[in-house]
Design a protein around this ligand. Structure first.
Ligand code: SAM
Length: 229
């Protein structure tokens, strides 16, 4: 039976990849990608050539789970990568791993640790992070306001991912739920475009951050991690 390597890749800066990840990507028979174009950029930078790449989450052209299971049964070693960071953390990686575990309970699945946006953000945020609650992406509609209530009531640092379309709305909601009377002391940290050219970590009360993004609308773009201390 082959081995499935779950390989962490960069969250922006292509230098944020481990030597082990590069070796595994060089050695495996097939690399299972979220988007082959994204993975090709990483492989090109490190001159990893001639690899068979396949998508696993594209219904039309992707490899079906049966085919992936067959490859492992034939003894092929596979690497699973996603477009950014650690596969399975708020991306399609976890579904594939769970399906493979279900189909092949004896298969060896090896994690190759790498970058993760939430952990990178926490490391630079300067907030208590010995324990924290990670919520991934918040639901867009149903249950969203309830979650904000829970975030406001939580005694733990809370971390979640947010898209540029919703970052201002999210800050409005945090303002409503955190700055109640008596106002909470809980600071919000926004980590944006980590490891990339426009990387920035800003913190303050939700109203201050809203003001910041209103004055600097160009900064309400890119990828965001939100931390509520
Ligand atoms: N698997 C990834 C990880 O380990 O962090 C997360 C994938 S999830 C589909 C993508 C989200 O992660 C983005 O919408 C953003 O919220 C966050 N993210 C990814 N890269 C980021 C970066 N460079 N800076 C800030 N947030 C980032």
């Amino acid at each position: 039976m082959g081995t499935l390597f779950v390989v962490g890749t960069p969250i922006g800066n292509l230098e944020d990849v481990t030597l082990r990840a590069l070796r595994v990507l060089k050695e495996v028979d097939v690399i299972l990608c979220e988007d082959t174009r994204v993975t090709k950029r990483l492989l090109e930078k490190y001159q990893i050539q001639g690899k068979q790449l396949a998508t696993y989450n594209d219904k039309k052209s992707g490899l079906r789970i049966e085919k992936i299971v067959e490859l492992l049964q034939e003894g092929k070693n596979l690497a699973l990568v996603t477009d950014a960071g650690t596969p399975g953390i708020s991306d399609p990686g976890s579904l594939l791993v769970s399906k493979i575990r279900e189909a092949l309970p004896d298969v060896t699945i090896v994690p190759i640790p790498g970058a993760n946006a939430a952990v990178a953000a926490l490391s630079a945020a300067g907030v208590p992070a010995s324990d924290f609650l990670f919520l991934g992406f918040l639901p867009h509609k149903k249950g969203r306001e309830t979650l904000f209530k829970e975030i406001a009531a939580s005694k733990r640092t809370v971390v979640f991912y947010e898209s540029p379309h919703r970052i201002l709305k999210t800050l409005e909601s945090l303002k409503t739920h955190l700055e109640v009377s008596p106002p909470s002391e809980r600071k919000v940290v926004i980590a944006r475009e980590l490891t990339k050219i426009h990387e920035e970590v800003v913190s303050g009360m939700p109203a201050e951050l809203l003001e910041f993004f209103k004055i600097n609308p160009e900064k309400a773009r890119g990828e965001f991690v939100v931390i509520v201390s």
